[in-house]
Design a protein around this ligand. Sequence first.
Ligand SMILES: [Zn+2]
Ligand SMILES: [Zn+2]
Length: 212
Amino acid sequence: MPKYCPTCGNSSDKIAFFGNFCEKCSKGRFSALLPSKVEISRCKRCGKIKSDGQYTEPNGRAIESAIRPYFKGFIMHLISHSEGSARIDVSEEMENGTLSVESEISIEYKKTLCDKCYKKACNYHEAVMQLRGNPHKIEKFADRVTRFFESNNEFVTRTEPKDNGIDMYLSSKRLAGALISKMKLHPNTSFTLAGVKGGKKLYKNTYAIRFD
Ligand SMILES: [Zn+2]
Ligand SMILES: [Zn+2]
């Protein structure tokens, strides 16, 4: 006995059925269940988006992961995306096969600050390098510090011109120490109490480095 779709009257002799409904109506019902709008957090300073719990470049893979939580229980793939929308493919496993639909969703961006930009905005720093002496050597060294910090996922909070040199404020004293020992430098190091966190005293390291 053929089944007849309660919505459109199609018969199971002519079209595949998923449960009680024909394929066409099942897809329509499935599409209607899916969200048409998603929200993604985006850093207003650097443009990175929050995906899988961390801020990352807004490429297709990151956008797909950021959208995925809205489609829990389904298989979801990103087909294409633009600034405010995305085309996706969503599937659900049913007892007599996989039901797939393509869907256009709009993306809204929530303005946030990523951890790094937040720290920069608060002038966060753990170490200061006071570079003094030969301006040419200082410039070269400062470039090296910036590259080293950025390639290790840290940052230079700010650079301040001083008489006879510059001060560099750095996000990680561990990394500052690593660069100093890597380059076999012997700075005058001083430690100042910067605050207390969880009962532990936090020190800011200051390295005075002279270039002749
Ligand atoms: Zn139907
Ligand atoms: Zn940011």
